[in-house]
Design a protein around this ligand. Structure first.
Ligand code: ZEM
Length: 288
């Protein structure tokens, strides 16, 4: 294998191996730092999602190109509370590989987080360029967890997703947790928040869910252990007939979930990016 990129006329042209090295350094950080339920994986994944999920297909603004979450006001949008932890973690990788853009780094790191937490391979390609603060998106483009299906459709259709993709992407809530000092909500969705599985769908269907009695924002808790949570937007996926159909498919079939999740997440990371090359890379996971 080619060891590293070529320097042509003073410009460094990274190869697949160079991006794999970045992947490996992110994987090392995830492996060697304790955080939350044991891993930075969930918050790094959420950074990639929030960097990308601002895309508006009509105006072709937002999306992962630009990495505008580096700047206020976007860094301070309520939905992005807590994501500084992920950006700070990745800063060392950026210093070590200064040729990579933040926008490529954050999306590649999200791919690494998914693969290292036992999820599917996400084919990824480079080509994002960092923008300046004039490209920051207005607040309100990311979903509001206190709402329901109508809002989910408005937000995700704006990005260019359909109902099946909305449900597939939501399976990421198998991972991580809510923090009272970030969103105000509290708790994890599953019993294995650092391992990607279809448990989110199974728990949605199999557990009995009731409103949590507390002073915080309205959320659900599982009646049997009271240790898991669902947001109003999560419950909307089983209330709505069209969404529920897909929840049932993914609850029954983890392979189908992984395939559809990989497709939808790969698409999310590319929204609005003017790529010059078609070729995608599939990174080796540390467990391969
Ligand atoms: Zn989430 N998400 N999300 N999400 N999310 C949270 C946490 C995480 C919504 C939402 O409001 C929230 C997607 C979709 C949606 C992750 C990934 C993805 C939290 C808790 C909230 C409130 C934040 C906190 O307090 O730290 C809503 C309404 C969504 C609409 C469907 C999609 C799509 C995702 C990726 C594909 C992840 C991994 C977390 C856990 C973060 C962590 O720090 O543990």
């Amino acid at each position: 294998a080619q060891a590293s990129g070529l320097k042509t006329g003073g410009v460094f042209t990274p190869t697949k191996d160079d991006f794999q090295k970045v992947y490996n350094d992110v994987a090392d950080l995830l492996e060697n730092n304790d955080y939350d339920d044991g891993s930075y994986g969930p918050v790094v994944l959420r950074l990639g999602w929030h960097a990308s999920g601002t895309f508006d297909k009509e105006t072709k603004t937002g999306g992962s190109n630009g990495a505008t979450m580096r700047f206020a006001p976007e860094a301070d949008h309520g939905a992005n509370a807590g994501l500084k932890a992920a950006r700070d973690l990745l800063e060392g990788v950026k210093q070590k590989h200064p040729w990579i853009s933040y926008s490529d780094l954050w999306t590649l790191a999200a791919v690494a987080a998914i693969q290292e937490m036992g999820g599917p391979k996400i084919p990824w390609r480079p080509g994002r360029k960092d923008g300046d603060l004039s490209a920051c998106t207005p607040d309100g483009r990311l979903p509001d967890a206190s709402k329901e299906q109508k809002h989910l459709r408005a937000i995700f259709y704006r990005m260019g997703f359909n109902d099946q993709e909305i449900v597939a992407l939501s399976g990421a809530h198998a991972l991580g947790r809510c923090h009272t000092d970030r969103s105000g909500f509290d708790g994890p969705w599953t019993f294995s928040p650092t391992m990607l599985t279809n448990d989110y769908y199974r728990l949605l269907l199999e557990e009995k869910w009731a409103w949590k009695k507390w002073n915080g924002p309205k959320q659900f808790e599982d009646v049997s252990t009271k240790s898991l949570m669902m947001l109003p937007t999560d419950m909307a996926l089983i209330k709505d007939k069209e969404f529920r159909k897909h929840v049932e498919r993914y609850a029954k079939d983890n392979d189908l979930f992984f395939k559809d999740f990989a497709d939808a997440f790969g698409k999310l990371l590319e929204l609005g990016v003017p790529f010059e090359k078609e070729e995608k890379f599939v990174f080796k996971s540390t467990t391969d």
